[in-house]
Design a protein around this ligand. Structure first.
Ligand code: ZN
Length: 309
């Protein structure tokens, strides 16, 4: 049986190294690598058990004992559950963690909570950089691929995305300057569940979505939008669903109704003998009709590729 090797420690972080580097310069490099700010790096070591790089850190003096929600300085409550680790972005193929004390503070507005850790969102076990990367990947690829690449659980990807989306939601006004919208529904669970979606045709972005496909669901969008902003809508596109037309007639009667280009194209490519179109009153037959439909579709071409039923 061989003797266990001592845990390797990066010497430059603890003092002057034999290569002439000093601890300050090395700590700065590690802060860049780990993507943390307002943090003092005390030590960096390689954990043989976890096969990961662990950086022991503490917040700078100005960032200590702050509420993670409102960022106010609060009186300390207790030491919590001791030291904790937050997963950072991998360093090459090696996982990396931040390790720090997690004392609790008593905030007048938010009660007793774990003190804020610079570089991590409240309640998260990951650094902000890790979560931002995870959310970006989730937008551009499948959740399974993200989970495998980042070595996290499939459900964790969803929780990370929710935290990132909530933070962005609080910072941005998705309804600012809204003029032309598109309303439709998407199906999931093999067509047993539906979700109403609203897109901004000018930005091409999804701005609102909620479970259901009925008038009550769409009323929720206009409630969130507000009557003043609903009056500023100039165009709305949708298929011929009555539940969309009824709500639009009540909440934004001034907006010009346009046919959804996706459904127009679908009718144009319908095979002969498949019966009458479900959504539209007639299918374009001659060149004149096609021009008419193209003209209507041109107004909403910026809708982007949303999967629709
Ligand atoms: Zn607070």
């Amino acid at each position: 049986m061989t003797a266990r090797r001592p845990t390797p420690v990066v010497p430059a972080v603890q003092g002057r190294s034999h290569r002439g580097w000093n601890g300050v310069r090395s700590a700065r490099a590690w802060k860049r690598l780990l993507g943390v700010e307002h943090t003092v790096i005390e030590q960096v070591r390689f954990d043989e058990d976890a096969q990961a790089v662990v950086a022991c850190v503490r917040p700078t003096r100005s960032r200590r004992r702050r509420c993670p929600v409102c960022a106010r300085r609060c009186p300390g409550d207790d030491q919590g559950e001791g030291r904790r680790r937050w997963r950072a972005l991998d360093l090459g193929v090696v996982q990396a963690f931040l390790e720090a004390d997690a004392p609790r503070v008593g905030c007048g507005a938010h009660g007793v909570v774990v003190a804020a850790v610079p570089g991590a969102r409240p309640g998260a076990w990951f650094t902000r950089g890790f979560e931002d990367t995870c959310a970006w990947l989730a937008v551009h690829t499948s959740r399974s691929a993200v989970a495998e690449l980042l070595r996290v659980a499939w459900r964790t990807v969803g929780r990370v995305c929710a935290r990132v989306a909530d933070e962005q939601d609080a910072r941005t006004d998705r309804f600012a300057g809204l003029r032309r919208i598109g309303v439709d529904e998407i199906a999931y669970k093999k067509g047993h569940r539906y979700r109403t979606v609203v897109v901004d045709h000018d930005s091409g972005r999804l701005i609102w979505a909620a479970p259901g496909r009925d008038e009550q669901t769409l009323e929720g969008f206009f409630d969130a939008l507000g009557d003043d902003r609903a009056c500023q809508l100039t165009h709305r596109s949708a298929d011929a669903a009555a539940w969309i037309a009824n709500v639009a007639a009540r909440r934004c009667p001034q907006a010009v109704g346009c046919l959804d280009p996706f459904h127009v194209a679908g009718v144009g490519h319908r095979r002969p003998g498949c019966g009458p179109p479900r959504d539209l009153e007639h299918r374009p037959q001659g060149r004149g009709d096609r021009r008419c439909h193209r003209a209507q579709g041109r107004q909403v071409r910026a809708a982007g590729r949303t999967r629709r039923t």
